[in-house]
Design a protein around this ligand. Structure first.
Ligand code: SF4
Ligand code: MSK
Length: 628
């Protein structure tokens, strides 16, 4: 399916690290991917089903073998059910992450979340007001408790609609009402999705997919949005600050602690412990020049956004980061943590610590963190990391210099830079200086040359005056490529360059972690409201050039259901049903005003996205071009 130049290869700047890992006998994700070839064609097309034990079943795509499973489910039903279960898993993951933050918020309110506090009272009050909570004359902790309670109700079945859908433009909410897509409860939609996909329940592939959209919306405008908003309340609203990225952020002469996963609840406490004078003194006694905390994946993004903490790499880099031999401890929470990394670490001196009761891994020590003990446990594990510094085997291999970058572009910051209103951005779009904007999000996948999709697509878009905002593993790729510095404006087209120079911003804005994709929803809602249009009318699009995870399916689905046409690099497992393919790539246009498109080659994807934006400009009565 893939062009050989974009498959089965590793990143260029990762090559020395990759060579080191191979020299050390480390098996990486790329070897394991090759060992799996050829991957199952039935599964690749979504045509296999193991939902019940009359199966497993598969449908023959060539029409020669069975055309239904044992129960009679045909290709359309099986493909739709499989996709919907991916959406449910992704929504459950993000929304459970959000739930953990609500529990910390509730713990802060009642005094049981020791060491945590409300860092942004203004945001607490703003969000509380959205939930209809009066704030005048109330203690901050009382407001926090009431907000936590109200958010818990969003997870349940007492509401007709989750609260934060009110942030969407009126026209978008009307679309959701018309097609019965308004999410009622966060857990409810995931639970109903799992119910409908049980054998013998919903066997209409169209209604299954519509529920898939409602389920995804319950994540985008519910669980993920709550995760981001509560993180901002507890740890601060991100603002631009300088940082550095790539494996060069590890320091040979310091204690290196890497945090990995998604939830800032643990990593924020680890960050505080790393600043403890007692532990810094201990590090000095052990011969280290300091304690160097860095991140990978989205836990790293959370710290980078709020604290400017350096980022060592993205999802597929984790094994290579360990193979530097420089990591004294890796602390993980959950999601996107390959179960292989404990084994990789065992080849070095690295201590591996898992922290969540719901995420345990082979060859890691499990030290359970919860809001009541996180402060204490963080100090204990950092002490262990410092003590491990003297156990290093040989000289660490750190073959690259760190790349400078700027992160921390929350919606508050972006609007602040524009003078508190989206008008200047809208004026620049109307004048054609900025043609539009694309949110590039998601993961790495060994099916695509590491970071090639992200970097190539981003380069092509900015040089054609399209502003890029990014999150997740993409943001690490584009930062490593140097796109996240104000000077990178020189790589942009003349119009975008002018705006970036005037505002002192890079042409690629880092908006955070995977749950922070909701910041993009809030931003496009602000633009749509200012123009008096729906999100689907805006010259904007989404893209996930190297996605791999179920969460990415959910994100793509809530983007599309919110009116943002979205490109995917790797093909999702749906080609076994042309009905499903046609609905997702064409039919949804008549329902939600946006569709999916699949194109593994980022050069071609750039042309598609540019044309999508130009078409939206034309429909808005703005000047437009033919780029195809
Ligand atoms: Fe087979 Fe139907 Fe059971 Fe799926 S639900 S495994 S298609 S019998
Ligand atoms: S970490 S979901 S690989 S973006 Fe959020 Fe990266 Fe994708 Fe995980």
């Amino acid at each position: 399916m893939f062009d050989p130049k974009i498959s089965l290869s590793v990143t260029t700047d990762g090559d020395p690290l990759y060579a080191k890992a191979r020299k050390d006998g480390i098996e990486t994700v790329w070897e394991r991917h090759e060992a799996q070839q050829p991957q199952c064609g039935f599964c690749d097309m979504g045509l296999s089903c193991r939902i019940c034990v009359m199966g497993p079943c598969r449908v023959d795509p060539f029409g020669e073998g069975p055309q239904t499973g044992v129960c009679g489910a045909d290709a359309d039903i099986i493909v739709a059910r499989n996709l919907c279960r991916m959406i449910a898993a992704g929504a459950a993951s993000h929304s459970d992450h959000g739930r953990d933050l609500v529990e910390v918020l509730a713990g802060v309110a009642e005094g049981s979340a020791i060491g945590y506090k409300i860092r942004d009272e203004a945001k607490l009050k703003r969000v509380a007001a959205e939930y209809g909570i009066t704030t005048d004359g109330k203690e901050v902790l009382t407001i926090a408790g009431e907000l936590a309670d109200a958010m818990m109700e969003d997870y349940g079945m007492r509401r007709k609609a989750i609260q934060l859908v009110d942030r969407a433009p009126q026209k978008r909410r009307a679309v959701w009402e018309k097609f019965n897509l308004t999410p009622r409860g966060i857990d409810r939609e995931t639970s109903e999705m799992m119910h409908r996909t049980h054998m013998g329940v919903d066997n209409n592939w169209v209604t299954l997919l519509l529920q898939g959209m409602r389920n995804a919306l319950s994540d985008g405008w519910g669980g993920s949005m709550i995760a981001t908003e509560v993180s901002d309340i507890l740890f601060g609203v991100p603002a631009p600050r300088p940082t550095t990225v790539n494996a060069g952020v590890l320091k040979a002469d310091q204690v290196n602690i890497v945090v990995h996963g998604h939830n800032p609840v643990v990593s924020e406490m680890v960050s505080l412990a790393c600043q403890s004078k007692k532990l810094l003194d201990l590090a000095a006694k052990k011969g280290a020049k300091g304690i160097n905390l860095v991140g990978v994946c989205c836990t790293g993004n959370e710290l980078l956004m709020r604290r400017g903490i350096a980022m060592a790499g993205n999802h597929l880099m984790t094994e290579l980061i360990l193979s530097t031999g420089a990591v004294d401890m890796m602390i993980v929470d959950y999601q996107c943590i390959m179960p292989s990394i404990g084994k990789v670490a065992s080849c070095y001196h690295t201590k591996m610590i898992s922290t969540s009761d719901k995420a345990q891994f082979p060859q890691m020590e499990h030290i359970e963190f919860h809001p009541g003990n996180a402060e204490k446990k963080a100090a204990e594990v950092v002490r262990t990391a410092v003590e491990n510094f003297t156990n290093r085997k040989g000289t660490p291999f750190i073959p690259v210099e760190p790349q400078a970058a700027v992160g921390g572009f929350s919606v508050e910051t972006i609007l602040g830079a524009l003078g508190g209103t989206p008008e200047p951005l809208i004026d620049a779009i109307k004048a054609g200086k900025i043609r539009g904007a694309v949110g590039i999000v998601g993961c790495n996948n060994p099916k695509i040359k590491h970071d090639y999709g992200h970097v190539t697509l981003t380069r092509r878009l900015i040089e054609n005056d399209i502003l890029v905002v990014d999150t997740g593993c993409v943001s690490v790729a584009t930062a490593k490529a140097g796109f996240k510095l104000p000077e990178a404006a020189a790589m942009a087209g003349p119009g975008l360059q002018e705006i970036c120079k005037a505002l002192g911003i890079p042409p690629v804005l880092h908006m955070g972690s995977c749950v922070d994709n909701v910041r993009i929803l809030v931003l496009v809602s602000a633009l749509a409201d200012a123009l008096g249009v729906d999100i689907s009318d805006l010259p904007v699009a989404g893209s996930a050039p190297e996605w791999y995870s179920e969460k990415a399916v959910t994100i793509g689905t809530y983007f599309v259901a919110s009116g943002v046409t979205t490109h995917l690099g790797p093909m999702p497992p749906i080609t076994g049903s042309m009905n499903v393919v046609k609905l997702l790539t064409e039919g949804l246009g008549d329902v939600v005003g946006a569709t999916f498109a699949v194109e593994p080659d980022p050069e071609k994807a750039a042309i598609f996205l540019r044309q999508t934006i130009e078409d939206k400009r034309k429909a808005l009565g703005l000047d437009s071009r033919n780029v195809a």
